[in-house]
Structures are given as structure tokens and as C-alpha cells.
Design a protein around this ligand. Structure first.
Ligand SMILES: Cc1cc2nc3c(=O)[nH]c(=O)nc-3n(C[C@H](O)[C@H](O)[C@H](O)COP(=O)(O)OP(=O)(O)OC[C@H]3O[C@@H](n4cnc5c(N)ncnc54)[C@H](O)[C@@H]3O)c2cc1C
Length: 377
């Protein structure tokens, strides 16, 4: 039986473990740095049909109907005036029983954990060193070591395991933007509402059918290295207030007093692709590549990558990284373009951006290329 080490118990590591559970050919262990997973947070995650198709293969279609929401449209608004610019019908990309889906992140993690036996996950453990012998020998922070046939690195954007494997790692960089997250109850609009402002955008969407909504804003911010690495800044009341005020004073949407559990954090993105030249070693999810979050594809791409690694191991293949690089490039330029277009501030450019948006959302050929090529392939 082949032995596989999975580093990180996030979306990509857990999805990969679910694929292994469906096969009797593999033994595996997940090593997770944290002492437990977070089931409490009410923040949302959007999953497009490319990942829903894969999640349905492990039983996601049986998830309780009141825990999810299937949006039909993305409605674009001008944040200042709250006037609608245009809409995209994203339901046109749904097919068979695969629907664009939103849910709480914590419910996605709970679902992914359902089929994983408890003893498969070892908490409070990190990788300290890796030796490539006949097998892959992993030295762990509990002073023990273990040998594996395959190593799947799924420890997220600041992957320490990747740094151990790669001699010349290109680190992630601060994207000059900060995320502000919160929950809203009883928002009046259904579907996904995307508000475009001057140097910021925010999105409000339902996370289930119980009138619970997610608020997420990406705000451009130039911070120096010290500020970015100072974790306390992002929990600081004054800093949080300055971020919320920036939004409240630049939108006529009544948000003040409505957003609960507000949290902020800096956005980091990958600068380059790091491909390890090591046998049977696979990077997946954010450990492989982290995109700007303006295209909501990180989790969906993590699930796709885990599927591809599973297929490669099963079929003894070799094309994982070549295939992934192509998809990363497609997702990355769209994420960057969205990030840029959502934040333009010059009124003339805003006028033309809105005009172009209105034209493009009616152009089926464009939508097929821009969204369909990512959602359907
Ligand atoms: C603001 C924001 C909004 C987003 N919204 C969406 C969205 O709507 N849709 C979408 O598809 N994507 C979204 N994303 C992206 C998505 O969240 C990520 O791409 C996805 O969570 C990556 O999954 P992962 O498993 O690779 O990493 P993670 O989910 O980060 O999991 C990594 C795991 O590894 C563990 N770990 C870390 N270091 C170690 C270590 N050294 N040893 C062992 N374990 C370790 C961590 O504790 C964690 O459990 C968003 C991202 C941001 C920043």
C-alpha cells in the first residue's frame, strides 16, 4: 500500500484526503500545524461549478439544502451612488446538477472532514526537515520521523514546507491591499452584490438560505513591511475603524451598524511559480500559487489541483505541473484584471469601465471565454 503525507488540513489537503478515502490503495496521514480547526466562523466562500462538479463526486450534493445558497446573478453597482451598472447571469454556467454555490467556510470544512477518520489527522505538527532517500523521510516537530512514497504540500500561502523543499523560493508579496470581512443579517438583496468604489470594492452575498450574508471588501492600502508583518495592526480598533470609515464615507449603501464580526488582514499573492524538482512531491492550493481574491477562484483551483495530483498518482503520470501552470496563468490574469478594474478611481476611466462592463456582460462569446473557460474546464 502506498503511503502519502499531506501537509495542511485546509481545503486542498482535505479534498485530497477525501479522494484517497475512496480508494483502498493508499494509506495517508494529514499533518496540521494548528491544535484544532475553526468551525465557528460565519464567513462565506464562493465555489464555481468547476469545483462543485468535483465536490459532488464526494457527496457534496447531499449537503443540507439550508446550508447553501445558489446565486443566479452577480449584480454590479457603483458604490458611491448604489446605482446598478449591470449584471452577469452566472447560472448559465451551471450544468447537470452542478450549481454555483456559496456557503460558510466552516460548513465546507465540516463537510470535507465528515469522511476522514479522526486518527488520520495529527494536530500541532509541522515538518522540520525532509530527506529524499529511497522514500521521502519526513522529520516532524514532535521529534519523530516517518517515511512516505508521496508528499502533498497543502499548507497554504505561507507554506513552510515549500521553503524546506525549494532551494530558491520566490516568496509571496503584499498586494498593497487589505481585506475586511464581516457578517450581515437580513440584507435586502439576494444574489451576489458587487460594489465598485474608488480604490476599493465590496461584495455582499448570502451564505445560506437563513438570511445570513457575508461582507468582504478589498481596499487598496500602501503599508510598509513593518506594518504588514505587524499582526497586531490588523486587530487594532483604530485601524479597523479607519478601514470601515473609508468604505462608509464612500458609499451610499447603509452599512454602518450592520456589519458584525469585522476582521481585517493583509492580502498576499504569489510573485512567481515555484515548481519543486523532487520526486513524488506535489504542491497544491495556495502553497502552489495564491491569486488576488477578486476572481474568487482560490478554493476552486485548490480542489482542481488536488484532483489532478490524485489522478497523477493513480495513473503513474507526470504532467501535473505542466497542466496546472496553464490553468494558473488563465486564472491569474483574470484575477489581476478584476482587481485592477474593480478599483479604478479616475472618473473618466470609471465611465469607460462601466460602459465596457455593460457591453461585455451582454456578449455571450466574451462570457464563455472569460468565465466559461475557467468554470467549465
Ligand atoms: C479575502 C479572501 C477571500 C477569498 N474568497 C474566496 C472565494 O470566495 N472562493 C474561492 O474559491 N477562494 C477564495 N479565497 C481563496 C481561498 O480561501 C484559498 O485559495 C484556499 O483557502 C486555499 O486552500 P489551501 O488548502 O491551499 O490553504 P488553506 O485553506 O490556507 O489551508 C492550509 C492549512 O495548512 C495549515 N498549515 C499552515 N502551515 C502549516 C505547516 N507548516 N505545517 C502543517 N500545517 C500547516 C493551516 O493551518 C491550514 O489548515 C479567498 C481568499 C481571500 C484572502
Amino acid at each position: 500500500m502506498k503511503k502519502i503525507a499531506i501537509i495542511g488540513c485546509g481545503i486542498s489537503g482535505l479534498y485530497f484526503a477525501n479522494l484517497l478515502e475512496k480508494s483502498s490503495e493508499y494509506d495517508y496521514t494529514i499533518y496540521e500545524k494548528r491544535s484544532k480547526l475553526d468551525y465557528e466562523d460565519g464567513y462565506g466562500i464562493q465555489l464555481s461549478v468547476n469545483s462543485i462538479k468535483l465536490l459532488n463526486k464526494i457527496g457534496f450534493n447531499n449537503i443540507s439544502d439550508h446550508e447553501i445558497f445558489n446565486p443566479r446573478k452577480i449584480n454590479f453597482f457603483d458604490a458611491k451612488s448604489a446605482k446598478k451598472i449591470c449584471k452577469i447571469d452566472i447560472s448559465k454556467f451551471n450544468y447537470d446538477k452542478n450549481y454555483y454555490t456559496i456557503l460558510k467556510r466552516s460548513n465546507l470544512i465540516k463537510f470535507l472532514l465528515k469522511n476522514i477518520p479522526e486518527e488520520k489527522i495529527q494536530f500541532n505538527i509541522e515538518v522540520c526537515d525532509i530527506e529524499y532517500l529511497e522514500k521521502i523521510k519526513i522529520n516532524l516537530s514532535n521529534k519523530l520521523n516517518e517515511e512516505f512514497d508521496y508528499l502533498v504540500v497543502a499548507d497554504g500561502i505561507f507554506s513552510k514546507t515549500k521553503s524546506i523543499i525549494l532551494s530558491e523560493e520566490k516568496k509571496v508579496e503584499f498586494n498593497n491591499s487589505v481585506a475586511l470581512r464581516g457578517n450581515i443579517k437580513n440584507y435586502e438583496k439576494e444574489d451576489i452584490s458587487l460594489y465598485l468604489g474608488k480604490n476599493f470594492h465590496f461584495v455582499i452575498y448570502p451564505v445560506n438560505k437563513n438570511k445570513e450574508f457575508n461582507f468582504i471588501s478589498i481596499i487598496r492600502k500602501n503599508l510598509n513591511n513593518r506594518e504588514v508583518s505587524d499582526g497586531s495592526l490588523f486587530n487594532d480598533e483604530v485601524f479597523l475603524k479607519s478601514l470601515t470609515n473609508e468604505i462608509y464615507s464612500n458609499t451610499s449603501v447603509q452599512l454602518e451598524g450592520k456589519i458584525e464580526n469585522i476582521k481585517s488582514f493583509p492580502i498576499f499573492v504569489s510573485r512567481d511559480l515555484n515548481i519543486p524538482n523532487r520526486k513524488n512531491t506535489y504542491l497544491v492550493g495556495d502553497a502552489l500559487y495564491a491569486y488576488p481574491p477578486s476572481f474568487a477562484q482560490g478554493a476552486s483551483q485548490s480542489i482542481e489541483a488536488s484532483t489532478e495530483v490524485f489522478d497523477e498518482i493513480k495513473n503513474n503520470g507526470s504532467g501535473y505541473y505542466n497542466k496546472r501552470i496553464k490553468k494558473i496563468k488563465l486564472v491569474n490574469w483574470r484575477s489581476k484584471l478584476n482587481h485592477f478594474a474593480f478599483h479604478v478611481s479616475n472618473p473618466i476611466i470609471v465611465f469607460f469601465r462601466n460602459l465596457i462592463l455593460k457591453i461585455l456582460v451582454k456578449n455571450n462569446k466574451f462570457l464563455e471565454i472569460y468565465l466559461g473557460n475557467i468554470y467549465r474546464n
